[in-house]
Design a protein around this ligand. Sequence first.
Ligand code: GLN
Length: 194
Amino acid sequence: MKIGILSLQGDVEEHEYALRKAAAELGKTIEVVRVKKNLGDVSALVLPGGESTTFSALADVGQLKKAIEGGLPVFATCAGVVFLAREVRDRVVGSTRQKTLGVLDIEVVRNAYGRQRNSFETELEVREVGRVRAVFIRAPAIVKTWGRAEPLAYVETPGFGATAAVVLQKPHLATVFHPELSTTSLHVYFLRGL
Ligand code: GLN
């Protein structure tokens, strides 16, 4: 099975490592490939953390959207979640007018915790996965879910109350934090579902 990582910008290498480790834990054989414009024949796609406006500017949104609507499962983390969301705004500037893939039934507030120095780590209980160490780096907050989006974990977000930190919208998985930096359990969970 071939897993692609959108490699326009962001923490691609960390996802590559986490995917390989997770596959080894599962005894599954996978090939991890970096994709830019051309998705090729990948069976699943990781959207890494980074800067969602850069993804919006550089990605072939039309091609990605078509592939996802055609059934391509996506594991989105941090900026990747912003890029995959239906509705996005920024905590400070409000409307961001950025192009998103419009797939997940969620509303996202970018940079919900403030600036870089408000980044933090915490422990979260994730339904179906267990306890994980979660690294939040200028993270977005999922302030609303509807339709097929199912929250698997929550985090307390100043000004917003408890917001969804992990969302499953089969076959897609989304985490507002960076699992690739602290655990393989979310990658294992995603691979297991493929
Ligand atoms: N703040 C970034 C954005 O809104 C996300 C940061 C990250 O991926 N660590 O796009």
